[in-house]
Design a protein around this ligand. Structure first.
Ligand SMILES: [Zn+2]
Length: 249
């Protein structure tokens, strides 16, 4: 008898939860799609929240976000509401991330960030030029971002082409930005070719180091902000196979 009552309570609770969870049902292409709207995040960064963040806290948030991404626990977001909110209240992002062009690196997802959370600069080989340095200065000095994160990645085509000294159209001059990293990696012991994953990884990591050195050397604004502790500039290497982020010294 007690078990029967217990089972009934469980069943009732399950039905109640099921009803509460399906709060919105819409038809898309003839298919019924159930959305758990009630539990979705609607959070968009405010100026007060941005002001209160330290560069270290942003970095910690990114590490935790990457862990959620790797474990399949990314935050579910109510985008339509967030878009409206972000459009009316201005933007107060936490950071600027410079990534490669690679389609296998979904930048917002890698850090589990949403609309209004991050600036993303992308160019094949994640290097900086005047335009990207200007974008970073805008992100940090004008828009208040607290962190610059330069992210290289596994199996980078731009890095492999720089190693292979590819000459093709405008790609030739683009690769000139990555080649210093190939020169920095000449003390590698082993086969120095684009077929050797360990060598490609070292060149990718050195490319991130070179990009960061260039940011500090060529942007007085960012160099000063970093020395005052207003921002942090860090590098990372993204592994395609696992979604893991390794921070680079
Ligand atoms: Zn790449």
């Amino acid at each position: 008898m007690i078990m029967k009552i217990f089972n009934f309570v469980i069943l009732a609770a399950t039905i109640q939860c099921f009803t509460a969870c399906i709060t919105n049902t819409k038809k898309a292409n003839g298919n019924i799609t159930s959305l758990n709207v009630a539990n979705k995040s609607r959070h968009v960064m405010t100026k007060a929240e941005q002001d209160a963040l330290t560069p270290e806290q942003v970095l910690q948030e990114f590490k935790e976000g990457n862990e959620r991404f790797r474990n399949g626990n990314v935050t579910q977001r109510e985008h339509s509401e967030m878009i409206r909110k972000a459009a009316t209240d201005g933007q107060f992002p936490k950071a600027m991330i410079l990534s490669c062009l690679d389609s296998r690196v979904p930048v917002e997802d890698v850090f589990d960030q949403g609309i209004g959370d991050i600036f993303v600069g992308r160019v094949a080989g994640n290097f900086v030029n005047t335009d990207l340095l200007g974008s970073m200065e805008f992100a940090c000095k004008v828009a208040g971002a607290k962190l610059i994160l330069v992210m290289g990645h596994q199996h980078c085509g731009a890095v492999k082409e720089a190693i292979d000294d590819v000459h093709l159209g405008n790609i030739t001059s683009m690769l000139a930005n990555v080649k210093p990293a190939v020169a920095m990696s000449q003390n590698f012991e082993g086969e120095k070719s684009s077929k050797n994953e360990a060598f490609v990884k070292l060149v990718s990591q050195n490319n991130v180091r070179n990009t960061i050195a260039k940011i500090r050397a060529e942007s007085e604004i960012l160099r000063t902000m970093e020395s005052k502790g207003e921002i942090k500039i860090v590098g990372a290497f993204y592994t395609l196979r696992t979604g893991e982020l390794q921070f680079i010294d």
